[in-house]
Design a protein around this ligand. Structure first.
Ligand code: ZN
Length: 224
């Protein structure tokens, strides 16, 4: 048992003794945190340009019904989460991952601005459309939605000083993977369709702009 190597191609680390997972500790951690052993987290800096693009489309179309529809869906989700989050206190039987998902969601919603949540969620759908290989699979994408949502609220356990990076960083409480899957599915229901359509509209616009630039360059290049 202890001589097995990690199932991730190219990883020669050992799985470790008395472990049933086919992955080494690092890839096990990635699976737990990011939904796939080979999924890398999406940082705020990586997401920033996509958030700027989403902010731009909102600014250009402030009265679009799209935002009202997404806002209503988000509101419904929060309403539905309230009784679920309150279930343990009422003494009724409850499904633990669902309760944890509702609890996580309401804690973020209590401190995060709804427009900011929408911006981050739509930006992730835009990132996926612009760079489909950035996410290993749907589960990894869903986990990323939840991770970026959670980072909108101060849920850190504490801060530590990284000598190497010369800055202090937050230590985030790890969310239970089953609860992350539940919350991710909810986020997909609220933002999935809008995320896809907004990303598609933005990408079409970019292709058109690139085509125009190419034609302009060609025309200028043909100047006598
Ligand atoms: Zn590995």
């Amino acid at each position: 048992m202890s001589t097995r190597t990690c199932a991730v191609p190219g990883c020669s680390k050992l799985c470790g003794p008395r472990v049933y997972s086919p992955y080494c500790p690092a890839h096990r951690k990635a699976l737990r945190c990011h939904g796939h052993p080979e999924q890398r987290p999406v940082t705020f800096y990586e997401l920033a340009p996509h958030m700027t693009a989403v902010r731009g489309v909102v600014k250009r179309n402030p009265d679009s019904e799209a935002w009202a529809i997404v806002g209503t869906r988000w509101g419904h989700l929060l309403e539905q989460a309230e009784p679920i989050a309150a279930a343990p206190a009422s003494g009724l039987p409850f499904h633990k991952p669902t309760w944890q998902a509702a609890d996580m969601l309401l804690k973020v919603a209590a401190v995060a601005d709804a427009a900011k949540v929408r911006e981050v969620m739509l930006a992730l759908y835009l990132l996926r459309m612009r760079d489909p290989h950035r996410f290993r699979d749907d589960k990894a994408f869903t986990f990323t939605l939840v991770r970026r949502l959670r980072h909108l609220a101060p849920m850190a356990k504490g801060r530590y000083w990284s000598h190497k990076a010369q800055r202090s960083s937050c230590v985030y409480r790890e969310a239970p993977p089953r609860a992350v899957a539940v919350l991710g599915a909810w986020l997909g229901e609220v933002f999935g369709l809008a995320g896809f359509l907004v990303a598609e509209a933005l990408c079409t616009r970019e292709v058109k702009a690139a085509g125009e630039r190419a034609r302009l360059a060609e025309a200028v290049g043909a100047f006598a």
